[in-house]
Design a protein around this ligand. Structure first.
Ligand code: ADP
Ligand code: ASP
Ligand code: MG
Length: 426
């Protein structure tokens, strides 16, 4: 029989009825004879609600990150205990473990900690005693201080993959509120098609550019440790999507689809420094300042300088949550940078077209730009990688743009509409 690590996301355990449904499913796996480790997320939108509460009590100031992590890890702990109780009531023995008890060791980057090691001795003993192990996702303990840490939003996927790697599980199942990975977010594109399989290379690009179906680091971790991920719905028995990493030989035999999907991202903002002196070192100074504020930038566009003034405009995108810190950092050295104005635009959206077949097929960009033109959508910025093209549009145009591009590349399903079983999309 197999060792299965199964992760259930927030919308799959949002209330007592959902927890009971998940408990039935796990009891069923156990009855079939499988060893099961279950990773759970916080119920429904609990994490967002806890963040809202912290904002309300911190009177506009930034909450201390160590205490934020203590707060947020409570959400997963509620789920793990309730699920263990529900499984127990079905006559199947189950034990709940915090991230620390499960041996998830991290660095000290509160709010976005990285897993350094996993020592799952207690889980192994639990399985050997014939019990199901239930683990609180999204959390670990830092080695230095012994404090709890969180792995970043959506991080329970990464807990599941890390445990699957450490326990040498046969498969890591990610149960969620849609039937797998689709050609676009089914909440925006009801005609999106489920992919039976997607390569980890393409999944990495989709996750890195907004497709929150999988936490980016879970896909990286799975690729590095050879963990097979299987994304499926906790609300149906359908087959779901397998995330595969073909060898170079297999890759050559496969006819890669030109386009696998369209991802979108609303979490970015755009900053433009207007009238930057067009002299050597100006861009270096600007981006040193941005990096010093801790922001990861994504796209950059520098305009051709105006001949009479010798000045240029430089625009870049960054996570919207970093805009206040970056604006303050740039304004602090405004005199040295010499720009005339700083414009912050939070109302942008990013669309990314992803597909390994792009490597060998010319004309993909032209078709993308044509589809956006026909839909009346203006493009503000463009960036590309070997298997991705991304464009920035206004936030208001993003949904229209995603649907238009999805149709233009022939990704619409002929019949079945994608089902979204739960969740608020928050
Ligand atoms: P969970 O709580 O189970 O972790 P998430 O909300 O993190 O679930 O991720 C599932 C959601 O991801 C879906 O409800 C869907 O709206 C969104 N999503 C975005 N892009 C895609 C895609 N390409 N395929 C499937 N779902 C996607
Ligand atoms: N509960 C955490 C979040 O909402 C982790 C997760 O769901 O994966 O981000
Ligand atoms: Mg998630």
């Amino acid at each position: 029989m197999s060792l299965i690590v199964s992760k259930f996301g927030g919308s799959s355990v949002s209330d007592a009825a959902s927890i009971s449904r998940v408990a039935d499913r796990i009891a069923g796996m156990r009855t079939q004879g499988h060893d099961v480790v279950v990773v759970v997320s916080a119920m429904g939108d609990t994490t967002d609600e806890l963040i809202d509460l912290a904002e309300q009590v911190s009177a506009g100031g930034a909450a201390p990150q160590r205490e934020m992590d203590i707060l947020l890890t409570a959400g997963e702990r509620i789920s793990m205990a309730l699920l263990a109780i529900a499984i127990h009531s079905r006559g199947v023995s189950a034990q709940a473990f915090t991230g620390q008890q499960a041996g998830v060791l991290t660095d000290s980057a509160y709010g976005n900690a990285r897993i350094l090691d996993v020592t799952p001795g207690r889980l192994t003993s639990c399985l050997e005693s014939g019990s199901v192990a239930i683990v609180a996702g999204f959390q670990g303990v830092n080695e230095d201080a012994g404090d709890v840490t969180t792995l970043g939003r959506g991080g329970s996927d990464t807990t599941a993959v890390a445990l699957a790697a450490a326990l040498r599980a046969d498969v890591c199942e990610i149960y969620t509120d849609v039937d797998g990975v689709f050609t676009a977010d089914p909440r925006i594109v009801p005609t999106a098609r489920r992919l039976a399989r997607v390569t980890s290379e393409e999944m990495l690009e989709m996750a890195a550019h907004g497709a929150k179906i999988l936490h980016l680091r879970s896909v990286e971790y799975a690729r590095r440790h050879g963990v097979e991920m299987h994304v499926r719905s906790s609300f149906s028995m359908l087959e779901g999507t397998r995330v595969v990493t073909p060898t170079d030989e297999e890759e050559q035999l496969m006819e890669a689809p030109i386009i696998s999907g369209v991802a979108h991202d609303r979490s970015q903002a755009k900053i433009t420094a207007v009238g930057v002196p067009d002299v050597p070192g100006a861009a270096a100074r600007l981006f040193e300042t941005v990096a010093g504020a801790g922001a990861n930038i994504d796209m950059i566009v520098q305009n051709v300088s105006v001949h009479e003034t010798g000045r240029t405009d430089i625009s870049f995108t960054l996570p919207a949550t970093d805009t206040d810190a970056v604006r303050a950092a740039i304004e602090a050295v405004a005199e040295e940078l010499g720009h005339t104005e700083l414009i912050v635009n939070a109302g942008i959206g990013k669309l990314s077209l992803v597909g390994a077949g792009m490597r060998s097929h010319p004309g993909v960009s032209a078709k993308l730009f044509g589809a956006l033109r026909d839909a009346g959508v203006n493009i503000e910025m463009i960036s590309t990688s070997e298997i991705r093209i991304s464009v920035v549009t206004s936030a208001d145009d993003l949904d229209t743009a995603v649907r238009a591009v999805h149709t233009a590349f022939g990704l619409d399903a002929a019949e079945v509409e994608a089902v979204v079983y739960g969740g608020t999309g928050r």
